[in-house]
Design a protein. Structure first.
Length: 306
């Protein structure tokens, strides 16, 4: 393999250059992960005073053990590759993730043994509704269109999904991911948000393809931002984390398939490298499930009187 050059630029830091000898892609990512861990630790300690935290009250909020940023990895739709490939990729790293499943879909029911293994491995199972209703502008969702739902129907959909998850896996889903990131039912003047339903029924509701990181003091946990990381390479993933660290934020990555990088596929090699990077104490990252971080946020808000 020819020698190669990686460059990575962080805010307020010079680009660093890593020139390892010929090595596997995994080994290359691992070396880069160590370098980036040290770089992030330096960058977040030397924040520009002009880049203030989004809320002044955030200064009183602290992640556990002096961590500077929180990260959750989540995967939607209960796709087969998540248990067929993903568990063997993620489990050896020790990182725990959140799987948002659709218990009414055949792909979920056909992989129950895999999902039971996920639960036994300590991963979180969240709800993604029974059968993934989205706008009818997607041809595949025309017969299950949010435009034709009422709040009462959506409430029943949410309750049924939780009941099916508990019956199938023996766990209660306390977090939710909005299918397609869409949060409405009905249309026009009759359109209604179903965010309040999520706020009443779940600890956290995660969006999708949002353009912000979550301020742990200010964010609405019923519609927490989700950062799509399908199609990202390792450098892009770490860059998102470093930006959120400047504000002490919480990144909730959202993916779908796990395998070789492609459309709606989180690259398995980049995923391993990311997990190793986040597990390195020098990175300043607390990585945990949506549930565990959400519970911590609620507890800390209570102590701050929020």
């Amino acid at each position: 393999m020819k020698s190669w050059l990686w460059r990575f630029r962080c805010v307020h830091a010079r680009a660093i250059t890593v020139e390892p000898p010929a090595m596997s892609r995994v080994g290359g990512y691992f070396v880069l992960a160590m370098c980036l861990s040290l770089l992030l630790a330096t960058v977040v300690r030397r924040q520009s005073p002009s880049y203030a935290a989004p809320q002044q009250s955030a200064k009183a909020f602290h992640w556990p053990e002096g961590k500077r940023v929180a990260v959750s990895l989540s995967f939607d739709d209960g796709r087969a590759s998540q248990v067929d490939v993903g568990l063997d990729v993620i489990n050896p790293t020790g990182v725990k993730v959140t799987f948002f499943v659709n218990p009414g879909e055949e792909v979920f029911r056909s992989k129950l043994d895999g999902w039971k293994r996920a639960v036994a491995s300590g991963h979180e199972i969240g709800s993604h509704s029974v059968n993934h209703p989205c706008t009818g502008n997607f041809p595949w969702s025309l017969d299950n269109a949010l435009e034709n739902y009422t709040l009462e129907q959506m409430s029943q959909q949410l309750d049924d999904a939780n009941a099916q998850i508990e019956k199938s896996l023996g766990v209660r889903a306390v977090t939710f991911a909005y299918p397609c990131g869409q949060k409405f039912v009905g249309r026009g003047a009759e359109l209604k948000s179903y965010v309040p339903l999520i706020g009443r029924k779940f600890l956290v509701g995660r969006g999708y393809m949002d353009e912000y990181y979550n301020d742990p003091v200010f964010c609405d946990l019923a519609q927490a931002g989700g950062t799509a990381f399908d199609d990202m390479d390792y450098i892009e993933m770490v860059n998102h984390i470093s930006k959120a660290a400047e504000q002490g934020g919480w990144v909730i990555f959202a993916g779908h398939e796990i395998g070789h990088k492609a459309f709606q596929v989180t690259d398995e090699v980049a995923l391993v490298a990311l997990c190793k990077y986040m597990q390195d104490p020098a990175s300043g990252v607390w990585v945990d499930t949506v549930k565990n971080i959400g519970e911590y946020v609620v507890k800390q808000r209570g102590s701050l009187g929020k």
